[in-house]
Design a protein around this ligand. Structure first.
Ligand code: SF4
Length: 132
């Protein structure tokens, strides 16, 4: 009665011994592990080349004009939105913004509304939504 259990245990461990390395090979070949490594690229090891500098949104971007984007929020006609005063609205506090780096000394980021280039952290447009 106990014999089949021993055989099943052997089969189980033999399967683990073969299956774990096999899964690693399959994941590596499908790029799943490479994708994980790419996600951690923001934590580049010392000596690694830095990510390329982001490029600013072109001045003639039609969507930016339609949204009233200004690279300097203080010059834009902002109005209070909900509990957020106009003076506190910047791209950097917008739900659509993700920091991408710096150009010179200025922080810039990606905007979901303006995919053609980076927006300035101190910019603003009519689509500003409070970052939650
Ligand atoms: S949607 Fe937000 S991040 Fe994008 S330009 Fe407008 S204020 Fe800036």
């Amino acid at each position: 009665m106990d014999k089949p259990v021993v055989v099943n245990r052997r089969v189980f461990f033999r399967g683990v011994a073969v299956g774990v390395p096999l899964c690693s090979v399959v994941l590596a070949s499908t790029g799943a592990l490479a994708q994980t490594a790419a996600t951690d690229a923001t934590k580049a090891p010392a000596g690694a080349s830095p990510a390329p500098a982001p490029k600013l949104l072109p001045d003639n971007d039609a969507t930016a004009k339609a949204l009233g984007y200004s690279p300097d929020a203080t010059t834009a006609k902002r109005v209070k939105r909900g509990a957020v005063e106009a003076k506190d609205q910047f791209c950097s506090s917008c739900q659509m913004y993700t920091k991408a780096g710096t150009i010179g000394t200025e922080e810039v980021g990606k905007c979901l509304m303006l995919p053609s280039g980076a927006v300035k952290a101190k910019g603003w447009c009519n689509s500003w939504v409070k970052h939650v």
